[in-house]
Design a protein around this ligand. Structure first.
Ligand code: ATP
Ligand code: MG
Length: 434
């Protein structure tokens, strides 16, 4: 049977065997079963990127021509999620989920296909095929609102590839043929180690400003350069971040801190002026080169070392390590530190949605540092947040180049050793007649 014609130019194909050791056998099972039943199914996005870079991916996502209902028929362990865009989650042991999404397109996308094989002149290098990229919407008016609000239409593989953010994230892997399928020029960029948007960066960042943070994250985490035109657009459109959903901004900030490239991510965000939009309190603190600046960078390096060793500091510890300098500056020496903390966090909440629980935890961690620095652990060791507070203390000590006290190196042990037995209040039974 001849497959239906697919829109878009034919992709570049690269015969590459991806490293088995990093592959997820369940993702392979999902793809193979879908293909056996006549659907197109590829591994996509970050999974392909990381495998090609020899890294173990965080998650394995599948894109397919099968509709969510068709996917469900093939997998008993399948749950359909999402109201706006329905996705299939295929569940395996240990809470593993293989997200399986039907190819989709950006409904506002104007496809301008190049006559094939008329490629831009002189672009072919090393036998790799140049790709003229869509979406090409740069002719849109400067002030036109491009923010994507509807991402909800099924499409073809080519359309699915070009709606993605960066060329390195737009690759498909076809297991059946052992090939990387590249509609967007991702392979040359992966080899050249450069972060480049798919299509005009001005348009792509206006459509979704969070992509600016994603570019920072990938550049920092994978140690890649940023294409100069993309870099300029990140600077030009950084104020658009104010239009992005605040929970997404917090999440991306946490990903900077969790990805073992916290120092590089924050440095790059600061250098680009992106940090000034997201966290002006930290950016200005760093600009001023105040006495605590070196310790802030030092704490970020300490976080990276710890995560590199397999530790998983909590979000509160990570955020506190980043905010500690300006936060302590704000609360120290004032008459009412607790309301100074609230004011600081209220300002922050205008830009990042910090959930109440995280905020409360942050307060406990930051306000306990003074006492921990004086070495008086005392009753703090009994508090539920002690392990986190001690971890922050250790990160801070490392940031200042000081030695870390033993109790801060393994706070859990202190907790168990010193935690007093809970005093049980005995209720005296009332005797009748008392
Ligand atoms: P990570 O390793 O941090 O998970 P990732 O590239 O896998 O990185 P995800 O957030 O898991 O990122 O997204 C999966 C894929 O979805 C991306 O690789 C990319 O193709 C696409 N994608 C994610 N966010 C966007 C976005 N804002 N705009 C366009 N495409 C996106
Ligand atoms: Mg991912």
């Amino acid at each position: 049977m001849t497959p239906p014609a697919l829109p878009g130019p034919p992709p570049a194909r690269y015969a590459i065997a991806l490293p088995e050791a990093h592959m997820d056998p369940d993702a392979v099972k999902v793809i193979k079963r879908l293909t056996r039943h006549g659907h197109i199914a590829y591994l996509v996005g970050g999974g392909v990127r990381d495998l090609l870079l020899g890294r173990r991916p965080k998650d394995f996502d599948v894109a397919t021509s099968a509709r969510p209902g068709e996917v469900r028929k093939l997998f008993r362990n399948c749950r359909i999620i999402g109201r706006r865009f329905r996705l299939a989650h295929i569940l395996f042991g240990d809470g593993k989920i293989i997200e399986t999404a039907t190819f989709r397109r950006d409904p506002t996308q104007k496809l301008e296909l190049l006559p094939y094989p008329a490629w831009p002149e002189g672009a072919a290098k090393n036998g790799e095929r140049p790709v003229k990229l869509a979406p090409q919407r740069s002719e849109r008016a400067e002030d036109e609102d491009l923010l994507i609000r509807n991402d909800n239409v099924f499409g073809h593989p080519y359309e699915d590839a070009i709606r993605r953010d960066f060329t390195i994230n737009g690759l498909f892997y076809d297991f059946e043929h052992g090939e990387v399928i590249d509609y967007v020029g991702g392979m040359p960029d992966l080899r050249g180690r450069v972060v480049r948007t798919i299509g005009d960066p001005d348009v792509r960042f206006r459509e979704d400003p969070v992509r600016i943070l994603r570019a920072v994250k990938f550049s920092a985490r994978i140690d890649m350069g940023i294409d100069p035109e993309v870099y300029d657009a990140m600077v030009d459109f950084r104020y658009e971040l104010g239009r992005a959903a605040r929970p997404r901004l917090l999440e991306e900030l946490l990903r900077f801190l969790r990805g073992s490239a916290a120092h590089r991510s924050i440095y790059l965000a600061w250098d680009l002026g992106v940090l000034h939009v997201m966290l002006p309190e930290v950016a200005c603190f760093l600009d001023d080169d105040a006495p605590g600046t070196a310790a802030t960078w030092g704490r970020l390096e300490a976080i990276d070392r710890r995560i590199g060793r397999g530790e998983k500091p909590s979000d509160a510890v990570l955020l506190a390590a980043l905010l500690l300098g300006p936060l302590e500056e704000a609360i120290e020496g004032v008459r009412d530190p607790s309301s100074a903390f609230e004011d600081f966090m209220d300002d922050l909440a205008l830009r990042l949605a910090v959930p109440r629980r995280l905020k409360d935890r942050l307060r406990l961690l930051v306000t306990s540092q003074r006492r921990l620095r004086s070495g008086k652990v005392g009753t703090l060791a009994r508090r539920e947040f002690f392990a986190d507070a001690a971890r922050l203390h250790a990160i801070d000590a490392e940031g200042h180049g000081r030695s870390v006290p033993e109790w801060a190196q393994s706070p859990e042990q202190v907790e168990t050793a010193e935690a007093p037995r809970r005093r049980r209040r005995r209720r005296r039974r009332r005797r009748s007649g008392d």
